[in-house]
Design a binder for this molecule. Structure first.
Ligand code: G
Ligand code: G
Ligand code: G
Ligand code: MN
Ligand code: NA
Length: 248
């Protein structure tokens, strides 16, 4: 397949890049950390976003090698920023398929050492649904390494509040579909999720925040942090540094 062949070469030919999207504390609009998002810079097709190739890489197993590349490069970036006096926590995304890589915990431990403890981890609800025991074990290992654990795309799967209570999580990230559809039902849903998260001592992060109006009512609902185009899209490292300098 065209995509399988070119994805394999993308890694070897250094066509992958990490971009960084800030997370902002809603109270005071202070940048708190970033999420690393993978991009493929194809020589002819330009910059390709992961929704077009991650699913394929998960199916053919290439996500394991790609994921390792992501973790080590995010670690190197955290170390480089730290050397410049910038302490930036970087959250990396991990797919369900990567959890079957027996080397993942050791790889993450080594990279966390390189990153001086600045790496965090985002796992999707689908990881939990696929194999809760394995997801929980991995979350515990992350915690021991000093990685905060975020439950990504929360609300799109069907994990229960009981599962949420059992898992060693630090934060939930509300999927952007709740934020962008808005409306009374969306707001009611967010309000109840925030209440549940408070009880469980979980931080709440809203994804896909695009307008000041959304940011204002998320703050009113006591959502802790936000991420979205209102603040910044995912940016290459130098552009993120420029954004940070302009916003602090
Ligand atoms: O950057 P964008 O919003 O297009 O990302 C689309 C999806 O791809 C995100 O939901 C994210 O979870 C996933 N993704 C982005 N970067 C990575 C990565 O490095 N590893 C994995 N496993 N998924 C990623
Ligand atoms: O891990 P996850 O798939 O949630 O990654 C976030 C995705 O959402 C990325 O693909 C990113 O490009 C996208 N994104 C980030 N901010 C916004 C936003 O404000 N609006 C929309 N529609 N998408 C966003
Ligand atoms: O940046 P990217 O090529 O991934 O963007 C794909 C589409 O997502 C664009 O056509 C644009 O409509 C939207 N998009 C990406 N970044 C931003 C952003 O920062 N603000 C807005 N409003 N839209 C964006
Ligand atoms: Mn994510
Ligand atoms: Na997400």
């Amino acid at each position: 397949l065209w995509l399988d062949h070119h994805l394999r070469r993308a890694l070897d030919l250094h066509q992958l890049e990490l971009h960084y999207q800030p997370k902002v504390a809603l109270a005071g609009e202070v940048a708190t950390s970033v999420e690393a998002l993978l991009r493929w810079r194809h020589p002819k097709r330009g910059l390709i976003r992961p929704d077009l190739f991650i699913a394929r890489a998960e199916k053919n197993g290439q996500i394991v090698a790609m994921g390792r590349w992501v973790i080590v490069n995010a670690a190197a970036q955290a170390a480089q920023w730290l050397a410049q006096g910038l302490r930036v926590r970087i959250a990396i995304n991990i797919s369900a398929r990567q959890l079957s890589d027996p080397e993942l915990p050791r790889w993450l431990a080594e990279c966390q050492r390189i990153a001086h403890g600045l790496l965090d981890v985002e796992l999707t609800e689908s990881c939990v649904i696929e194999d809760e025991g394995r997801a929980e074990g991995f979350m515990q290992e992350c915690r021991l390494l000093g990685c905060q654990v975020f439950l990504d795309d929360f609300g799109t799967g069907f994990s229960s509040l009981a599962q949420l209570a059992r898992l060693p999580l630090d934060s939930i990230k509300l999927d952007r579909s709740f934020i962008n559809t808005g409306g009374e039902r969306g707001q009611a849903l967010i309000r109840s999720l925030v209440t549940a998260a408070r009880e469980l001592q979980l931080k709440v992060i809203a994804e896909g925040v695009e307008t000041e109006v959304q940011a204002r009512w998320l703050l009113e609902m006591k959502v802790d942090e936000a991420q979205g185009w209102l603040y910044a899209p995912a940016l290459p490292a130098p552009e993120y540094q420029a954004w940070l300098a302009a916003h602090n």
